[in-house]
Design a protein around this ligand. Structure first.
Ligand code: BES
Ligand code: MN
Ligand code: ZN
Length: 505
């Protein structure tokens, strides 16, 4: 779907459909709803007076306009109670509106920049526009790449037009719409990567996807390391995990230089298990198919660095994505095996299903060579995180309060929630091995934290934060603007953090 901003008066445009919002309990229509009420001769007021629309959160109602002026249809969307409002409300409202419009099989829809008076709820008009565009674009996402039957029944909305006639804010609205479009496009693109099944998204395919994404300009330099180069580097932890698969691993490196050479980069690391069967410690069959999404962290960092380049952010950024398939075979690594990581530290493999932390060990150590100002890793790392936080928050751990604070602040804006867990010494004790330096699993108790503690052993002398996105990357149930399946979690969060990077430090 394309997004556009035009300088017009929406209430007077003869278009197919326009969105109008309304807060619950508000007596009179406001903003664009008031203007549309006027051109329709009181249509909205009469519907409200009849009690057919009250403005409950995400309630929708389509009205027909019989007058010869203005939009042919109006879709009313409830914003709920004013006191509960946040930009998350707007995202959900415009998603629900867009989804209803898609059901009606309409191709273009219109909304006012001044939906209901952003100022009335203390929201900047640019932030409001971003939320509207994000909500609509993310909410309309669908993954149909592998459907061949009845393709003509697939409905798609082609265009979202934001109409703003106030000179003083038009440019701001237009710029915000563009920014949100660029970001949401990347979120949807990485949802596509994550939705692709293991046979269509091998380590090689993921590397190719990164190369394709980078191809658009010279701004993103992409290097893909193959087995021989990884051997030379001594990435034997990563290579150990990869041994069970006939698909050779890749180590994807993307570099974006938006700041001066002297500025140390921010390194983003993403877990890229293109499929995680558990290996010799094989997972149960139930939901094993969802482990095609075990490369969500890798996809998120690839999407985020591309978005940063699209937005020409003035930062230096590196994305590292180790891409591996974890399968059992006669060549596979086994419980009891000891791997020597690139850092020189040894790892006792007590469970081959705790593979993510092993490949990240080498990636986090590799990150040190950039002398980064910060490293953030995203990984679908533990089932324990799903138990603790469900689908509604990522687990956050790290060694630096300022960095964690930056992530929290960004999470507040994008509503990709993070919740901090401690990395106390007791948890570090739990991963001591009798025969090697560390063991890769300490059993069930505190499983998310012991995984984080394991990663911390391979972190260099840089500020570091780890986000366990096992619960948030793949949803079993729709959210208002995140259809079930691949959520794209992390892309907006990272981009938001990068946009604000210097301002608060
Ligand atoms: N990729 C899984 C974690 C996961 C589980 C992600 C459910 C998304 C949904 C990870 O590689 C894994 O298998 N972790 C093990 C670790 C255990 C063996 C210590 C787990 O959580 O069971
Ligand atoms: Mn696993
Ligand atoms: Zn995994």
């Amino acid at each position: 779907m394309k997004v556009q901003a035009i300088k017009e008066k929406l209430a007077e445009l003869a278009v197919e459909i326009a969105v109008a919002t309304h807060f619950e309990k508000e007596e009179q229509p406001q903003g664009i709803a008031a203007a549309l009420d006027e051109v329709t001769g009181g249509l909205i007021r009469s519907i409200m007076a009849g009690g057919d629309f009250t403005g409950k959160r995400f309630e929708t109602l389509v009205l027909f306009n019989n007058k010869s002026i203005g939009p042919k249809r109006i879709i009313l969307v409830g914003l709920g109670k004013k006191k509960d409002f946040s930009r998350e409300t707007l995202r959900g409202a415009y998603s629900r509106a867009a989804q209803s419009i898609r059901k009606l099989n309409l191709k273009t829809f219109y909304a006012a920049g001044d939906w209901d008076g952003a100022a009335a709820v203390n929201l900047d008009v640019g932030a409001a526009t971003e939320a509207m565009v994000e909500g609509a674009m993310l909410g309309l996402y669908q993954f149909n790449a592998f459907k061949t039957v009845d393709r003509d029944q697939i409905r798609e909305v082609d265009e979202f037009v934001i109409v703003e006639d106030r000179d003083e804010v038009f440019e701001q609205v237009k710029a915000a719409a563009k920014t949100a479009e660029l970001i949401a496009q990347r979120v949807n693109q990485i949802r596509d990567l994550v939705s692709h099944p293991g046979n269509e998204m091998t380590p090689k395919d993921l590397a190719q996807a990164a190369l394709d994404l980078a191809d658009f300009s010279k701004k993103l330099k992409t290097t893909v390391l193959e087995v021989k180069e990884m051997q030379e580097l001594g990435m034997n932890a990563l290579l150990g995990v990869a041994k069970g698969s006939d698909e050779p691993p890749r180590f994807i490196i993307m570099e974006y230089r938006g700041a001066g050479e002297e500025e140390p980069p921010i390194v983003l690391v993403g877990k890229g298990l293109t499929f995680d069967s558990g290996g010799i410690s094989l997972k149960p069959a139930d939901k094993m198919d969802e482990m095609k999404s075990d490369m969500s962290g890798a996809a998120a960092v690839i999407g985020a660095i591309r978005a940063a380049a699209d937005l020409a952010l003035p930062r230096n950024i590196i994305a590292l994505a180790p891409a591996v398939e974890n399968l059992p075979s006669g060549k596979a690594y086994k419980p009891g095996d000891i791997l020597k990581s690139m850092s020189g530290q040894t790892i006792e493999v007590v469970n081959t299903d705790a593979e993510g932390r092993i490949i990240l060990a080498d990636a986090l150590f590799y990150a040190q060579r950039y002398q980064p100002q910060a490293v953030i890793d995203l990984a679908t790392l533990t089932g324990a995180c799903v138990v603790a936080l469900g689908e509604h928050a990522a687990g956050m751990m790290g060694n630096n309060d300022e960095l964690k604070q930056k992530i929290k602040a960004a999470a507040e804006v994008t509503a990709e929630r993070v919740w901090e867990l401690p990395l106390w010494d007791e948890y570090q004790e739990m991963i001591k091995s009798d025969v090697a330096d560390h063991k890769n699993s300490a059993g069930r108790g505190g499983g998310t934290i012991t995984a984080g503690a394991f990663l911390s052993k391979f972190v260099g002398s840089y500020p570091w934060a780890h986000l366990d996105i096992a619960g948030t990357a793949w949803l079993g149930k729709d959210k208002p603007y995140i259809p079930k399946g691949a959520s794209g979690f992390g892309v907006r969060l990272l981009v938001q953090m990068l946009r604000e990077w210097r301002k608060d430090s």
